[in-house]
Design a protein around this ligand. Sequence first.
Ligand code: DLL
Length: 433
Amino acid sequence: MIWNKEIECASREQMREIQSKRLVEMVKRVYDTVPFYHNKLKEKGIEPRDIKGIEQLKDLPFTLKTDLRDNYPFGLFTVPQSEIVRIHASSGTTGKPTVVGYTKKDIDMWSEVVARSLTMAGVTKNDIIQVAYGYGLFTGGLGLHYGAEKVGASVIPISGGNTAKQIQLMRDFGSTVIACTPSYAAFLGESIAKENIDPSEIKLRVGVFGAEPWTEELRTEVQKLLRIKAYDIYGLSEVIGPGVSMECDCQCGSHINEDHFIPEIIDPITLEVLPYGELGELVFTPVSKEAMPLIRYRTRDLTRLHADTCACGRTLVRMEKCLGRSDDMLIIRGVNVFPSQVESVLLEMEEASPHYQLVVSREHNLDTLEIKVELNEKYWSDEIKVLEGLKKLISHKIANVLGLTATIRLVEPRSIQRSEGKAVRVIDNRKLK
Ligand code: DLL
């Protein structure tokens, strides 16, 4: 089923026409109402009347996360506060949170894109969806909630955490869809397995997982644990929240709701726009948001775009699974390391659980990488020889993939702290010094 066929299956020309019209209108609006953009466009010598369509997107200035912080809290809003019906914020690692606002129309648009997304995963009004993303300033809970209601599904707004309750309601209410971070899904799966619950009591069939990078290997693991089909949902609060893009049943990339969020891939160094198929930083221009549209917002997420028509019939541009964020990329002794590479290696091995952590330190001016690997119950052994052998094997595999030697520390099942939301995969002690 397709939620909005006219848009999701539009020809490239039709889509460009919609995007052009919205872009022209939006640039004029922010020029007239947001001093930050007024000045930024003036600096570049751009008058709104110069912008005739999507071809000129590449000439417009970028917006950075720091720009949102500098205009904290409401400086980028285009409408008076009386028109704002919702405020969300994401807490950064440092300083002030990034604030976003929504008008009534923005909430409707957001519900529409999440409804499209859930429909891509085959969710219908006959489903019971357990929304286990956090409700609150984080966009995950309420974002999924409104979209699921729009689809007509029965929503259980349980929010994140309280695993025993999650499992109880899942059994009692017969939830068919679970929406949460993939790392929490892995934890839920393990907890169900531990309780020896009769699998027929769990009716889940679909997982809607996102808010953090995750690998194909983790997908396989979670699908096995929860006996579901797991779909990737992507989004960020600055652009709207969840529902910027979502995988369809073909699972060959996530379809971007590009009538609202125009995607580009840029080279993060030269800032040039790259052609489809090339790896680079994802940039979004949310053109139809009333309260807080942005021009060319740099997400820091690294991926590729593809524009060929998908077997599902949708023509919406697809983005590959995010490799990670450029600011999550660790540079260890000059080698670039993404946590997702470590995840891929570990989860190919039966012995490793989906819970791991990278600990980076600096000793005598030399970076060190320790990888804490939590073993699955079955493989946790008291025999030093067995554990040593396993350590060697993991170390060898990691060296092959990363081109870097890491110290492997095998840790007991359930000893790495679980997260109810985004998992903490990296502890970088170098930053503390
Ligand atoms: O994480 C919105 C969201 C909620 C998406 C629920 C999906 C499901 P923020 O907290 O602003 O918003 O974080 C946005 O999280 O720039 C990515 O780095 C990362 N991210 C989000 N979804 C994915 C995904 C929400 N599917 C940041 N794969 C983004 C990889 C993701 N990374």
